[in-house]
Ligand binder design. Structure first.
Ligand code: PLP
Ligand code: SF4
Length: 334
């Protein structure tokens, strides 16, 4: 039996999700910044709207237009600048899309995308131009994807990715896990999610009971880019997951003016460890159109890694990786 989980003193995760901030002016007002202090753009919202949970906004510093959390979500004019080499589908993912909602590119692992929606919209996201509407599978298509996994015994791990897979209901998740658990060669289910960080209320008793119900091993890979994201509520969500036997890792994206200095990355690793989370990957930005201003050049990234290795125990140094279209694994940058 699981230990009772302390009640969150806030509303349910569904309430948080239906109460997202979508208006940039409201966001700025909440953090005490005048719109004139920034180069805000409303035009870029047509393609990729603003979405940010209130709990995440509460972790931003008041009155700081350079706040590392604010800069991750704020729609800025800079997104309209064209940078050479920054294109709509930098990973050419559609080639590896054998059926809607499934990506099979790496040995032994398939990526399932149960939903296109996320709790937060990160402006640097490489999926901002992905044709999600064609990738919202119906039940029949789900069964085809499950059939695809069943037919290939080399697949031992299913990665739920997205969008954010925890945006789907526990009921839908249960349906999916029920089918996955019935596939004999499947050993692990990995969940790539930003929910425990941006809406920690998502990690409740019901969700943990659901995971505990299966023989499968569960791995949760969080996505946090800055120590300031990891408040005590996030720490508590991680603790609950750990107590349910889930292994926890984190991936970050190296982002200019957000975490592109050794101290920010050291603090992030240390804070992750305090939360029971092991740093996994530090990604170089995928060159997606509209995100050029977040890019950190390769020489700077390599220098940062040298600094990190000097400052942190080896087990807290993430692997710097780059996604390459043709590669069938993440490419380490050494
Ligand atoms: C990143 C990724 C994975 C997982 O890679 P790991 O190195 O195991 O974390 C699997 N499939 C695809 C298509 C990916 O992009
Ligand atoms: S897929 Fe991940 S990085 Fe992209 S917007 Fe959603 S939560 Fe952010």
């Amino acid at each position: 039996m699981l230990k009772p989980i302390p009640l969150h003193n806030q509303s349910s995760w569904q309430d948080c999700l239906s109460d997202l901030i979508t208006d940039p002016l409201e966001l700025l007002e909440l953090v005490g910044i005048q719109p004139e202090q920034l180069d805000l753009s409303m035009d870029v919202l047509r393609e990729f709207p603003l979405r940010v949970p209130r709990s995440f906004v509460n972790r931003m510093q008041q009155g700081n237009p350079q706040d590392p959390l604010l800069l991750q979500v704020l729609p800025q004019k800079k997104e309209l600048t064209n940078y050479p080499g920054f294109i709509s589908d930098p990973l050419a993912e559609q080639q590896f899309n054998p059926k809607p909602g499934i990506l099979h590119k790496y040995a032994g692992r398939v990526l399932l995308m149960p939903t296109s929606s996320c709790a937060i919209h990160c402006r640097y996201c490489f999926r901002r131009h992905f044709p999600y509407s064609e990738n919202r599978p119906n039940k029949k298509q789900w069964l085809e994807s499950l059939q695809y996994i069943l037919a290939d015994p080399s697949i031992t791990e299913v990665i739920l990715s997205g969008g954010d897979p925890l945006a789907i209901s526990d009921k839908h998740l249960e349906w999916l896990l029920e089918h996955l658990a019935a596939i004999p060669h499947l050993q692990r289910v990995r969940i790539h999610t930003r929910f425990p960080v941006v809406i920690p209320q998502r990690i409740n008793q019901n969700f943990c009971d659901l995971l505990a119900h299966y023989q499968l091993r569960f791995v949760v890979v969080l996505h946090a880019n800055h120590a300031q994201e990891l408040n005590d509520e996030v720490k508590n969500a991680c603790k609950i997951l750990k107590e349910s036997g889930v292994d926890l890792f984190n991936q970050s994206v190296l982002l200019k003016d957000i975490n592109d200095n050794a101290q920010a990355l050291v603090d992030l690793s240390e804070r992750l460890f305090t939360c029971g989370v092991t740093p996994y990957y530090l990604h170089l930005l995928d060159k997606v159109k509209g995100s050029g201003h977040f890019n950190v050049g390769m020489p700077i990234a390599k220098n940062l890694m040298t600094e990190l290795r000097a400052l942190l125990p080896g087990y807290l140094v993430p692997t710097l990786v780059q996604e390459q279209v043709a590669a069938t694994n993440k490419t380490p940058v050494l």
